[in-house]
Design a protein around this ligand. Structure first.
Ligand code: ZN
Length: 149
């Protein structure tokens, strides 16, 4: 695997990271081309920010290269719209795109001061063994590494 990222949050063993730094000439298209020369099994892009990067990624995907990319779109359908806007040829995009999925990050309640939330019996049966909680503060440690609120 060969990830290209602006910032690397986690280092995974056996991956060759390439940093995108436009100030040093390491633009997204250049880094992607450099990655593809090594014919990695999987290329991971932090983002597809421009038409040139999109065209290179789509062309590689149409040669059976697996390209995974993040997107800052608000939904899966908007991610497709964004790629359509960037790509020069919608037919090439359609031929190369296999999956678009989305995730939302939800804040976690502070585990120290959350309180059990009473749930009516019918809903509790549907929740099975899950618990409902309420609270006023969120667990910042989960996302920042810092202590709770
Ligand atoms: Zn707390």
């Amino acid at each position: 695997m060969s990830p290209a990222l602006k910032k690397c949050a986690y280092h995974v063993p056996d991956m060759t990271y390439m940093a995108v730094r436009p100030s040093n000439g390491m633009t997204w298209p250049r880094v992607l081309r450099m990655q593809l020369k090594h014919e990695p099994e999987v290329v991971i892009l932090g983002n597809i920010p421009d038409r040139e990067t999109a065209e290179i990624a789509i062309e590689a995907a149409n040669r059976q290269q697996l390209i995974l990319s993040g997107s800052r779109a608000d939904s899966a359908s908007l991610a497709v719209t964004q790629l359509l806007r960037l790509s020069g040829n919608p037919l090439d995009l359609a031929a190369s795109l296999r999956l678009v999925c989305t995730q939302r990050l939800a804040p976690r309640l502070c585990p120290d001061c959350r309180e059990a939330y009473p749930v009516e019996a019918g809903l509790q049966n549907r929740l099975a063994k899950c618990s409902a909680w309420t609270g006023l503060s969120y667990d910042t440690a989960a996302t920042t590494g810092a202590g709770s609120h």
